[in-house]
Design a protein around this ligand. Structure first.
Ligand code: SF4
Length: 259
């Protein structure tokens, strides 16, 4: 696996949506077939395909801009993908934020976040989220083969919650007829402060990858996926959206809108 060290001026990047973001790495080896960040590889001079390289961002400065009021870690990589175990770029970023008085939101699919539990406990407004798209391990291995198993992610979230850290689950992406959001909620509601959800964001190559996997692993659902993602008919997605809202209300689950 090619690994590159890339100079990066600052560790925080201004963002319209999040205020500031921190992406300690470029690329991600978690191997999610639906990854919307795959377009990032087109900005590199090297030509490796998405998922087959890592850029380690060598931050020249850990300065926190004066207008920073919220920092999201990360948007186009997983901050706790395996290389973080040895490179510690995410950990260093958290340490640089130790006196940051505003919200820091971390989103990962990895149990490695637990390594930093003592640092997280020191931060004043931190929350840790797990992305979970399925409770079916076989389907996880098809769609996101290098991520932590689902039960391990849930166990991690519970340990963080027990340590007093705010936790959330991002039910994402929702695969029509395959994402059992009720089960995700039932398995986690005792240690999850709130939920968000979002649908597949299929643009470019990831549409081809996901549709190929559905055709192979759930061929009976292929016509539905084609209707939604090829013919752009979102009727079924609207139905799921309303079902989730209704279920959250019935179960008294704190559901926030998507990012
Ligand atoms: S963990 Fe996130 S960034 Fe990494 S491959 Fe999966 S969706 Fe993409």
């Amino acid at each position: 696996m090619p690994i590159y060290i890339k100079n990066a001026k600052n560790f925080l990047t201004k963002s319209e949506r999040f205020n500031y973001t921190c992406n300690p790495y470029g690329g991600c080896v978690h191997g999610c077939r639906y990854c919307y960040a795959h377009y990032m590889s087109s900005y590199r001079k090297e030509k490796e395909p998405w998922g087959s390289y890592i850029d380690i961002r060598d931050f020249q400065s850990y300065t926190i801009p004066k207008d920073a009021s919220c920092i999201f870690i990360s948007t186009v990589t997983d901050p706790y993908q395996p290389i973080e175990a040895t490179q510690l770029k995410t950990q260093k970023a958290l340490m640089a934020l130790k006196d940051f008085p505003h919200k820091i939101s971390i989103l990962t699919k990895s149990t490695l976040v637990l390594r930093d539990i003592d640092i997280l406990k020191e931060l004043s407004h931190v929350e840790v989220g797990m992305s979970i798209a399925t409770v079916d391990e076989k389907f996880r291995q098809v769609m996101e083969k290098n991520t932590s198993p689902i039960q391990a992610r849930l166990d991690t979230l519970k340990k963080l919650h027990d340590a007093g850290i705010t936790t959330y689950i991002f039910i994402c992406p929702i695969f029509p007829k395959l994402t059992n959001y009720k089960k995700i909620i039932q398995l986690s509601k005792d240690f999850t402060d709130y939920y968000m959800f979002d649908f597949l964001n299929l643009r470019g190559q990831n549409k081809t990858w996901v549709l190929q996997e559905i055709k192979q692993h759930a061929p009976e659902l292929y016509p539905l996926y084609e209707q939604i993602y090829v013919k752009n008919d979102d009727t079924y997605l609207q139905y799921i959206r309303q079902s989730i809202l209704d279920y959250a209300q019935k179960e008294k689950i704190h559901l926030k809108s998507t990012f």
